[in-house]
Design a protein. Structure first.
Length: 275
């Protein structure tokens, strides 16, 4: 009895074919990401371009319906009016003082709180950290009334302190610092403690020098957020506004971002966030 044996041969794709398919999918994904970035860039740039376009128009052209991008008679009268009639230099100086003070206070307080949550052992530490996380989810508008009443009782309205103090406690800054501190090696701290260093000295001489990227990122983000914060200073102070003054007011922020964008990327990349 003869038996026939059939051999089934399967052909596998060549490695070069698989590599070419992978490269094509990668290129497609990169083009999709590039397209999404272009869309988001336009969403940010179009309002900025419109603000600049409007600030260069005479008053008569700004009321034309339908509106148009074309400027028949471009002028710098709006900027001249802001610089001559308004006290723009005083506004910029005041905004810089308050934003710098808020950024410095946030870095100091948030880093100290984060170091305690990351390195020190005390009862209720996890509960305190949960409160910090809960603070991230609370909208700032909810605290406007109690903060305003607190500043009024303390007699701080129409002062720099009324603008600075309520903006210093920032839960998200504590969270970012803690995540960064959790990723730092503990060997240096343990060696310093063996030599008799106190927790304050370890924090000041070891942890802070190693945390320059996250300090830079938190400082820049806090400075920009405080600079753009209009609602709270509007409540506790008196402030006018114009389209041209908004363009001039944004120039320092653009300079800060262009000068320190590498620090921002390093700080965010090194926060130790884990998926």
């Amino acid at each position: 009895m003869a038996t026939d044996t059939t051999t089934v041969t399967t052909t596998r794709p060549r490695p070069s074919t698989r590599a070419a398919s992978y490269d094509s999918r990668t290129r497609l994904f990169n083009w999709i990401c590039f397209g999404v970035l272009i869309v988001f860039a336009l969403m940010w740039l179009v309002p900025l371009a419109w603000a600049i376009d409007t600030s260069l128009k005479p008053n008569a052209e700004t009321t034309i319906v339908p509106t148009t991008w074309f400027i028949e008679d471009p002028t710098l009268d709006s900027y001249r009016t802001v610089l001559e009639q308004g006290d723009m230099y005083k506004w910029l100086t005041s905004s810089f003082i308050t934003s710098a003070a808020v950024a410095a206070g946030t870095v100091v307080t948030a880093s100290m709180a984060a170091y305690a949550l990351s390195r020190l052992q005390f009862r209720g530490r996890q509960f305190v950290f949960l409160l910090v996380l809960a603070g991230i989810m609370i909208p700032g508008q909810v605290l406007i009334v109690p903060l305003f009443r607190e500043m009024d009782v303390m007699g701080l309205l129409n002062t720099y302190w009324a603008v600075i103090l309520p903006q210093i406690p920032t839960a998200i800054a504590v969270f970012i610092f803690k995540q960064f501190f959790d990723g730092l090696p503990r060997e240096l701290e343990e060696a310093a403690r063996v030599d008799g260093a106190s927790p304050w000295r370890v924090y000041r001489t070891i942890v802070i020098p190693l945390s320059r990227p996250v300090i830079s990122a938190v400082t820049i983000f806090t400075f920009i957020w405080s600079w753009n914060n209009l609602l709270w200073p509007l409540l506790v102070l008196t402030n006018p506004d114009l389209m041209a003054s908004s363009i001039l007011g944004a120039l320092p922020l653009l300079a800060v971002f262009l000068l320190f964008q590498r620090r921002i990327v390093e700080g965010i990349a090194g926060t130790g966030l884990k998926g």
